[in-house]
Ligand binder design. Structure first.
Ligand code: 9D3
Length: 263
């Protein structure tokens, strides 16, 4: 049983997340347990104050050390074994499919969610084991990143996904973006399903999907493709993709938008 305890001023956000989809199913199956501790319950005044003005001046407020440290202690106290305390922050190491396994090792993760400008740095020094960001864009707090971490870790657990193949076939598990998907009806506003998918030729379908995955990764994420050592067969598929001008109209559109905004 994995346990995830979020230290958050907005426990309702985490609770509704825990009641939905794969995370809910993993909870019901006894694979994970979700908990929250609200630092406001450890405020030392009647108003429940958890933030204060920054030393040195400047805008915004800083989350106070005392309520946070008491909340972390309460989270630890509920776990018989050791806990790993994660601070989600824009200053953290970027989380990727490659760095995620470092968090997957721990039975109990305490996920510290900041609000305002951030938390008193002495909490990081004294209590935090690792600090992570989910990317270079500005959010309002650590709750959405904490939910992203819990979601990504939960779907990796054996038995969490309905279809066991999904985890291994996931985007990034093989270093490539996914191929396109289609379902009924066969024609939408004159747009047909690629005929190969209707052919029943499973080898041809697998080849087409691999080619689409390679081609889309080449167009959209050359950084990912550069990490890979392609086989001769993959290189041939990619050459063939490059030769096809009609491939990946979305990216032609997206590229036109990027070019336009740079002009
Ligand atoms: C507008 C405030 N910014 C001043 C330069 C700093 C700032 C403080 C707090 C920016 C964002 C936040 C709240 N963000 C998170 O807690 C956070 C986060 C994120 O914003 N982006 C990506 N990953 C993460 S993990 C936690």
């Amino acid at each position: 049983m994995r346990r995830y305890t979020c230290i958050t001023l907005f426990p309702d956000l985490i609770a509704s997340f825990g009641d939905t989809g794969i995370v809910r199913r993993a909870r019901v199956a006894g694979l994970i347990e979700l908990a929250t501790v609200n630092p406001r319950t450890f405020a030392d005044d009647a108003r429940g104050t958890v933030d204060d003005a920054p030393y040195g001046g400047g805008p915004g407020m800083v989350m106070m050390a005392r309520p946070l440290r008491l909340a972390i202690a309460a989270a630890r106290a509920r776990q018989p074994g050791p806990s790993h305390v994660v601070y989600l922050s824009p200053q953290g190491t970027p989380l990727t499919e490659a760095t995620l396994p470092q968090l997957a090792q721990h039975e109990h993760l305490v996920l510290l969610c900041g609000r305002y400008e951030g938390i008193d740095e002495r909490v990081v020094d004294a209590d935090v084991d690792s600090e992570w960001s989910i990317g270079d864009f500005v959010l309002s707090g650590g709750e959405v990143p904490a939910m992203a971490v819990i979601d990504a870790l939960t779907r990796r657990l054996e038995g969490a996904l309905g279809d066991e193949r999904s985890a291994v076939e996931d985007s990034f598990a093989n270093g490539l973006l996914d191929h396109p998907h289609y379902t009924r009806p066969e024609i939408i506003d004159g747009m047909p399903v690629p005929p190969v998918l209707m052919s029943g030729n499973h080898a041809a379908i697998a080849r087409w999907r691999r080619q689409q995955a390679l081609g889309r990764t080449w167009r959209r994420r050359p950084d990912l493709l550069a990490q890979l050592e392609l086989t001769a067969a993959d290189r041939t598929l990619l050459e063939e993709y490059r030769a096809g001008a009609q491939n990946d109209s979305h990216d032609a559109d997206n590229q036109a938008k990027i070019d336009g905004s740079n002009r």
